[in-house]
Design a protein around this ligand. Structure first.
Ligand code: NAP
Length: 610
């Protein structure tokens, strides 16, 4: 077993204060305008004179990953610490990087189905498939492995036979397991995974018989937490000491900031040319699976389909390729995302990633499942984390976390968009109110067929149900446009509070049922009533709806809520929350990029995919 790779433990940690070299200066450099995505290189890595051991070692020509751009800026404060340690090594620009591979785990119970999964993974565009032997029912190595590894194969194979004590399903002794893994090597498996706890034993068992073209992945899985950076560094050194060709460390996130420590290790390994798979499991670790190409991870796993994940919160390979464009993610890719809790249901990644792609931006948009907003923003503090959408429950905290807040967003008391300026300052905006109010104005104008520049809300009685973030946005926006605003809310004290702020009366929801001071009123629901799955609920009876000329519903799943359906039946002009969603997202896109939003494309994506 060759032991060429440098170890983190070998690093002169005392150099923490050493001056930073060129690649590190970027930490403090303004990001500048967003760059259009660089086109993939036309020439192969060999033609470009870049040695590419990863691709050459295992992949058939069509699987050869292109070379990557090299140096990348640091992205967390924690990373800055580690990167200062590595100041003595040559700048990363000198280091050739291979593309992060996409591996699909094949987890079927029968060998024939597993082979079909591998073929399906190849059709999806995966780079390799992980054969999870421990998943096979009645697995007989000498009978099943020759079939599973028969050549020609559609994809390179990573063979894993995970024992129960490391999160797998194999319950027997080590020896038969080792024999199966050795047989897989002899049959030409490109990668074999062995757990750190038994790596030395396995290597002894192999007694030097590992084929040259098979790479040994030595893995460690922590299903409880993500250790400190120091502990991760020590784990890395332990794995390297086994003689592993590739290090694999999988931990578990208890909060999203845990992932920064894994990024830190990836960045370090990339500098040292140590191939590493570094992933953080569960929903708070999700970004590790999407952003590892930015930080130099050797591979990321994507499931064949939902329900076939081999680890908690593994995305599908199709989403990694089609939604997150991981093939385009590199060191210079800017990171945007939606901060919320929960956030997994959000359609914003689909929308923004496709919009970024349409204008050729080197940027990715991910869901950030955040518990503590201030901690998140101070951890992911580099200019590379360039902008955020903010949703429940962080919109109000976002006002406090920003260095500057747009005056209307401050009045509303809610920020749904955060931009990191070149000087690092965070600026907060609210695009909800512009999105909602312009949607309602246009909805009314469409029925009036006038070209007046005066807002059709001016002078109208505008009833807002709800006093939360969206309620405040609608109330302030309507007031700005000259409407007379009334607030109705379940918690009456909150209705009063908002009413006082905007100078309008407050109602209880019961009072609202019989509220009919005049004709032609406008109603805006800003509560979640009627939202999927509670689609039969509605905030106001059909009888009461007869008093309204225009009805807007912030809820957009389903597109036509019961409120809107009944309002339309009563003859009101109805405006869907989907229109608000599209417009607030377009506003965010413009803040993120400084470019006009691709209006029809974003509209089309929302209608097609949400
Ligand atoms: P929020 O700050 O939590 O406020 C929720 C409001 O709804 C509060 O006034 C709350 O009343 C009221 N409410 C909640 N459940 C209720 C119930 N069962 N009965 C009566 N009132 C209830 O939330 P938000 O950010 O304003 O979002 C509210 C809704 O707007 C959500 O459905 C969200 O998806 C939607 N929204 C849509 C868009 C879009 O682009 N279309 C944008 C933003 C928000 P209490 O004060 O009594 O708790």
């Amino acid at each position: 077993m060759k032991r060429k790779k440098k170890r983190l433990a070998d690093l002169p940690c005392s150099n923490a204060g050493a001056p930073r070299q060129s690649h590190q200066v970027q930490l403090h450099q303004p990001p500048g305008p967003l760059k259009k995505q660089e086109l993939p290189p036309a020439a192969s890595s060999k033609e470009r004179g870049i040695h590419h051991p990863r691709a050459e070692a295992h992949a058939p020509p069509s699987h050869q990953p292109p070379p990557r751009r090299a140096a990348h800026p640091l992205t967390t404060t924690a990373m800055a610490a580690v990167m200062s340690v590595s100041a003595v090594v040559p700048p990363a620009a000198a280091v050739a990087r291979a593309r992060t591979l996409l591996c699909v785990p094949a987890t079927a119970r029968a060998p024939r189905e597993m082979a079909a999964e591998v073929a399906a993974a190849a059709a999806l565009g995966a780079d390799l498939a992980e054969l999870r032997l421990d998943r096979l029912a009645g697995f007989a190595p000498r009978r099943d492995l020759p079939a599973l590894l028969a050549k020609p194969r559609t994809l390179p194979a990573l063979v894993t036979y995970r024992p129960k004590w490391e999160g797998g399903e194999y319950e027997g002794d080590d020896e038969p397991r080792f024999e199966a893994l050795q047989l897989a090597m002899e049959l030409g498996a490109e990668y074999v995974d062995i757990e750190l706890k038994v790596a030395d034993k396995f290597i002894k068992f192999m007694s030097g018989k590992k084929p040259e073209n098979c790479k040994l992945i030595v893995s460690s899985h922590n299903y409880d937490n993500t250790p400190s950076a120091e502990e991760l560094a020590s784990l890395l050194a332990q794995i390297q000491a086994t003689g592993a060709d590739i290090v694999k460390i999988a931990t578990t996130a208890t909060e999203i900031v845990d992932v920064s420590r894994m990024f830190q290790i990836l960045v370090h390994c990339q500098e040292k040319q140590v191939p590493i798979i570094g992933l953080v499991m569960n929903d708070r670790g999700f970004i590790s699976r999407v952003l590892c190409p930015k930080f130099g991870g050797y591979l990321t796993f994507g499931s064949l389909e939902k329900g076939k994940e081999s680890a908690p919160s593994q995305p599908t390979a199709a989403d990694l390729i089609n939604v997150y464009n991981i093939r385009q993610i590199g060191p210079d890719t800017k990171v945007f995302g939606i901060i919320g809790n929960p956030v997994g249901h959000s359609k914003s990644p689909i929308l923004h990633n496709e919009a970024f792609r349409s204008v050729g931006l080197n940027a990715v948009y991910v869901p950030f499942l955040v518990d503590d907003l201030a901690k998140f923003l101070s951890t992911y503090s580099s200019p590379d984390f360039a902008g955020f959408s903010c949703t429940i429950p962080h919109k109000e905290a976002a006002v406090r976390c920003c260095d500057e807040v747009d005056p209307i967003a401050r009045d509303i008391g809610a920020v749904n968009t955060i931009i990191r300026k070149p000087d690092g300052k965070l600026v907060g905006y609210n695009t909800d109110y512009v999105g909602a109010i312009s949607a309602i104005e246009d909805g009314i104008r469409a029925t009036q067929q006038t070209h007046s520049t005066v807002s059709p809300l001016a002078g109208r009685l505008f009833v807002v149900i709800g006093a939360g973030g969206a309620g405040k946005a609608l109330a302030y926006g309507a007031k700005e446009k000259g409407a007379r605003v009334v607030i109705a809310n379940r918690t009456f004290a909150r209705a009063q509070e908002l009413g006082n702020l905007i100078g309008g009366p407050a109602l209880t929801l019961t009072e609202l049922e019989n509220y009919h001071p005049e004709e032609g009123m406008i109603l805006a629901n800003t509560t979640a009533i009627g939202m999927h799955p509670n689609v039969n609920e509605t905030p106001l009876s059909k009888q009461a709806l007869k008093s309204y000329a225009v009805v807007f519903d912030a809820v957009y799943t389903p597109k036509e809520t019961r409120l809107l359906r009944e309002a339309a039946e009563c003859g009101a002009t109805v405006v869907s929350g989907l229109e608000m969603f599209i417009r607030q997202a377009m506003g965010q896109f413009e803040h993120f990029t400084g470019m006009p939003a691709p209006d029809s494309l974003m509209r089309d994506i929302v209608l097609r995919k949400t």
